[in-house]
Design a protein around this ligand. Structure first.
Ligand code: LFR
Length: 480
């Protein structure tokens, strides 16, 4: 199978194979991804992504199927002839500023949460659509990024459910589009295409597309098209394990897998989300700002002509004094692109701490702050859902970062099992494989296969004054 896995910082196409005791994945193409600022707008280069994806599918050699997952919430609009109306805009663009507050005047937060179960992020699809409401008249259909790419491959328009659940236009309990809500806020419900389940066959390659690629008319399979949904499929949890997961990449998605949405007042107040997972599961989690802050820090230094070597900096950071300064990595200030070292220094001063004095100390501050946010969020998730957590599975690119894994174990006070790094691509492959006939009846079977076949590394907690660091951050003096 070809698994197309598109992250906000890079995209990759992997060739995956599945057998009774076999799960392999090989990267056949990787390409940089990110925002393109043109005029005052931050866009995605969606045609560039499509071109890279096609080249990757070709490079994958003979495959039986294609599946696509990507980051969530962003979309393209099609007119009634199926043509793309404008370039998709990046979720970090500022166009949604203030939209959330406008919506809350029409639909109170409590009611919005009752319907959608979604955390408030300024870039939820709902707010993005409303930021360009005047243009929606020309549009017939809204397609989320993986659905848009699949549409170009197959000609079939639809909305895969796990990603649809991130739009804040999806009814978390009914499992349908929240058309009543869309109408109330002024979004034409015709934009919302028919829903499809992960595991459904979307269609086959269009004849001209297959010919261009010199490929047979392969099936394109809907996987958990939200990358986080696919990543959580590949969390190697054992049977009956009380696990939390951290899907650690550009973002860190920190939470629990539940059987039903948790929509109580406390979950609303803590801004926890209920995103739809594969096989009807719910991902009860919060977005933690993630390795984005580190990548953007390195970019800032490089742009200034001071290129940075991440492995060397991480090694130095590991020797730096622990928890010397911590910031609230989830603060809104860290969302848009820009000078992260300056923002970190400001955040330290604002909380009465001495800002990092070197680049290694800055890196240490980011990693400490991330681990601290993981601690806070894992604890909150467990408390809100009335669960205990005995192990934290850390998957995604962050699993490669030994310092981060070690500090996460220390901060959370439970063992961290790190890996697989390519969880999203593996989840993509596993769901495709099931559709194409592999004997993987349920998530437990998929996870058992991941556990048996993928390299994992355990980190045991060794302490540290994390409660004190949390207290310093909140200015409370008690961090319990
Ligand atoms: C992770 C992710 C998150 C989503 C964010 C923006 O890659 O998909 O789950 O909140 O990107 O789409």
């Amino acid at each position: 199978m070809a698994a197309v896995d598109l992250g906000a910082s890079s995209g990759r196409v992997m060739a995956g194979t599945v057998g009774p005791d076999r799960l392999t994945i090989e990267e056949v193409r990787r390409f940089p991804n990110g925002g393109v600022r043109a005029g005052s707008t931050l866009y995605w280069d969606v045609l560039g992504i499509y071109r890279e994806m096609l080249a990757g599918i070709q490079a994958a050699g003979p495959v039986e199927g294609i599946g696509i997952d990507s980051w969530a919430v962003d979309y393209g609009l099609l007119d009634s002839s199926g043509a793309l109306l404008g370039n998709p805009v990046h979720y970090r663009d500022a166009r949604t500023a203030g939209v959330l507050d406008q919506v809350l005047k029409v639909v109170p937060a409590r009611e919005l949460y009752d319907i959608t179960g979604l955390q408030q992020l300024p870039f939820n699809t709902l707010y993005q659509l409303l930021s360009e409401v005047d243009r929606l008249g020309a549009a017939e259909t809204m397609l989320l990024i993986p659905d848009l790419l699949a549409y170009w491959l197959t000609g079939q328009a639809g909305a895969e459910r796990t990603n649809a659940s991130t739009t804040q236009l999806y009814d978390a309990r009914a499992g349908t589009w929240a058309t009543g809500l869309a109408e109330r806020v002024g979004i034409p419900p015709r934009l919302l295409p028919p829903l499809r389940d992960p595991g459904e066959r979307i269609g086959t390659l269009l004849p001209e597309q297959a010919e261009d690629l010199a490929l047979p008319r392969l099936p394109v399979v809907a996987v958990g098209s939200h990358d986080t949904a696919s990543a959580v499929v590949a969390v190697p949890a054992g049977p009956g394990s009380n696990f939390a997961y951290i899907s650690s990449g550009t973002w860190s998605l920190v939470g629990l897998e539940l059987g039903a949405p948790e929509l109580g007042d406390a979950a609303l107040a803590a801004n926890f989300t209920n995103e739809g997972g594969v096989d009807g599961t719910i991902r009860f989690l919060r977005n933690v700002m993630g390795l984005w802050v580190l990548t953007e820090t390195l970019r800032t230094w490089t742009a200034r002509g001071e290129p940075a070597d991440l492995p060397a900096l991480l090694a130095e950071a590991a020797e730096a004094p622990p928890l010397a300064a911590v910031v609230d990595i989830d603060a809104h200030a860290f969302l848009p692109p820009g000078d992260m070292p300056a923002r970190i220094a400001r955040a330290c001063r604002d909380t009465g701490q001495r800002p990092p004095g070197s680049r290694a100390e800055t890196v240490r501050c980011i990693v400490d702050s991330l681990a601290l946010a993981y601690r806070r969020t894992v604890r909150q998730a467990a408390e809100l859902a009335g669960r205990t957590v005995d192990v934290v599975h850390l998957v995604g690119g962050g699993a490669r970062n030994e310092l981060l894994c070690r500090l996460t174990a220390d901060a959370c006070g439970v063992p961290v099992l790190a890996g697989p790094v390519e969880a999203a691509a593996l989840g993509n492959v596993l769901v495709q494989a099931r559709t194409l006939g592999a004997d993987l009846p349920d998530l437990a079977a998929m996870r058992a296969l991941v556990r048996r076949t993928q390299p994992l590394r355990e980190y045991l907690p060794s302490g540290g004054d994390w409660a004190g660091a949390e207290a310093r951050l909140r200015g409370t003096g008690s961090g319990a």
